[in-house]
Write a protein that binds this ligand. Structure first.
Ligand code: AMP
Length: 507
């Protein structure tokens, strides 16, 4: 089953439906885009001599051509390698070499960087949009190339917060199961009219684009090409039935913006990819109504480990509503989730251990990296490296990754718990908590605090706030006030960078 068959079907059965918009301007219908897909596929095969299974890199910021390029590759039986456009040259170089992509499509801004990397595996670079690209669209349409479900469809390079990125090999079956889970578990109610690609299409937003092709929904690319809060609100106002995927930091930025826009048109904001604090979740529900859904996934089981649906977010009367909001929800339909101890034994409900996942969305392995594949996948279970606990009703609450856990005086302190409390402080905008090596305690708790605009915070007031709201031993010993927190290109806070920074800080 080739995942591109959904595009062929949409082009045939829903040919007049809007498929791609830039801001509020319609660029392509499904009839138009599916035709372009089959022509691009044809050019990939006849002009670049690519064969089924070959990799094609996409070094693109969000653009109207992104979707047709993904489907063009699949249509021809090729394997796209979407790369985040904000990466460093050395990261582009690594991913291009590692994936052995011979062809790369690049945004105009990235042309110089990508062109300079030609020589090794990479032979050709095509600018998007550009004259060469336009010529590709003049090729005669190619019929859909058949693919077996287990064949690779997307090389998903992990964000590399720990060492070099690894290419999770996602098959056509994985992507199909992920798309079905979208409707079964995440965003359950029709109609799904349009998805706004506000987050990188090389990652979560692009992955969720597939479900919207399945339903022949419209794909909106912001004019700004990125996450511009004012534009997002304008697009919400202009587009009925709008859905988008956002990292929690993006949701926070939307909430920090004045509430002067009508958001009736908004259908769902799907957040995930990092922890959302309950405080921010409540503020989101207050601002947008019951239109939030959460997913927990990782490149190795894309967008699909657990989900907290909009319906659960909306169920305020439930006695454990708040508790549920602090969880990442229940296992999605295509997977099983378990918790295991260090030695691999299953742990009962209520005990913290590593989150393991098995099912239709779990990658087939890492690209040409047997050792990493064997360390991560055994007996069919994906070892996520995340720590969490399941409750009696199957809700999973994530604890911090083992390397982020603070052990002070022999007791485990989960930074997330401390952060959840402090983020409620009226003068705090953002917070991240790490451990600092300490001779007496092993580690002590340090909080990096971004104060709200124009706020001066007295550490003594934070100390008082902590004493009133958390166990004494968990409270930070030091506060570092900073203008912003270090984050990677997906908006994830880099605790490793904070720990480095902390090494040079005085007590
Ligand atoms: P990536 O493979 O780059 O998408 O990163 C996946 C990691 O992000 C997961 O292993 C988790 O550590 C984290 N993550 C993803 N979704 C959530 C979520 N909803 N809440 C907390 N952390 C999350």
């Amino acid at each position: 089953m080739n995942i591109a068959s959904h595009m062929v079907r949409a082009g045939r059965s829903f040919k007049d439906r809007p498929a791609i918009m830039k801001g509020t301007s319609l660029l392509q219908t499904y009839g138009g885009v599916s035709d372009r897909v089959s022509r691009l596929a044809s050019a990939l095969v006849s002009r670049f001599y690519l064969k089924a299974g070959d990799r094609v890199a996409l070094s693109l910021s969000n653009c109207p051509e992104y979707l047709e390029l993904l489907y063009g590759c699949w249509h021809a039986g090729l394997v796209p390698v979407p790369i985040n456009a904000k990466l460093h040259k050395s990261e582009f170089s690594y991913i291009l070499e590692n994936s052995e992509a011979t062809l790369c499509f690049a945004s105009p801004k990235l042309m110089d960087v990508i062109d300079s990397l030609k020589g090794g595996a990479l032979q050709s670079v095509v600018e998007v949009p550009g004259d060469d690209y336009q010529q590709m669209l003049a090729f005669d349409p190619l019929p859909l190339v058949a693919r077996a479900p287990e064949e690779p469809a997307w090389l998903f390079y992990t964000s590399g917060t720990t060492g070099q990125p690894k290419g999770a090999v996602l098959s056509h079956r994985n992507l199909l199961a992920m798309s079905l889970c979208y409707f079964a578990d995440v965003d359950q109610q029709a109609p799904w009219r349009a998805i706004l690609h506000a987050a990188p299409m090389s990652h979560g937003s692009g992955l969720y684009g597939l479900a919207h092709v399945m339903q022949a929904g419209c794909h909106i690319i912001p004019e700004s090409g990125g996450f511009d809060v004012t534009e997002i609100y304008q697009l919400i106002e202009a587009t009925p039935g709008l859905v988008f995927f956002a990292a929690p930091t993006m949701v926070k930025r939307l909430l920090d913006h004045p509430a002067d826009t009508d958001t009736t048109n908004l259908k769902t904001i799907i957040y995930g990819g990092g922890p959302m604090y309950v405080e921010d979740c409540l503020a989101g529900l207050e601002r947008f109504g019951p239109k939030l859904a959460q997913l927990y996934g990782q490149g190795e089981s894309p967008m699909t480990i657990t989900a907290l649906s909009a319906a659960i977010h909306a169920d305020k009367e439930h006695p454990r509503w708040l508790k549920r909001l602090s969880s990442v929800g229940i296992a999605q339909s295509a997977v099983e989730v378990r918790i295991a101890s260090d030695d691999g034994a299953w742990l009962p409900e209520g005990e913290v251990g590593e989150v393991l996942v098995r099912g239709e969305t779990v990658m087939t392995g890492y690209w040409r990296n047997r050792q990493a594949s064997a360390e991560t996948l055994h007996d069919g279970w994906l070892h996520t490296g995340d720590f969490g606990v399941l409750d009696q009703e199957g809700f999973l609450t994530l604890k911090d990754r083992s390397k982020d856990l603070i052990i002070s005086g022999g007791t485990n302190i989960y930074p997330r718990e401390v952060e959840e409390v402090l983020v409620k402080h009226p003068k705090i905008s953002e917070i991240s908590v790490i451990g600092r090596p300490d001779r007496e305690w092993g580690e002590t708790v340090v909080a990096y605090v971004v104060p709200k605009e124009d706020s001066l915070i007295d550490p003594a007031s934070l100390e008082k706030f902590c004493i009133a709201n958390m166990a004494r031993f968990k409270r930070p010993k030091h506060y570092r006030f900073v203008e912003s927190l270090p984050k990677n290109n997906y908006g994830k806070v880099l605790k490793k960078t904070l720990r480095e920074l902390e090494k040079s800080a005085k007590e």
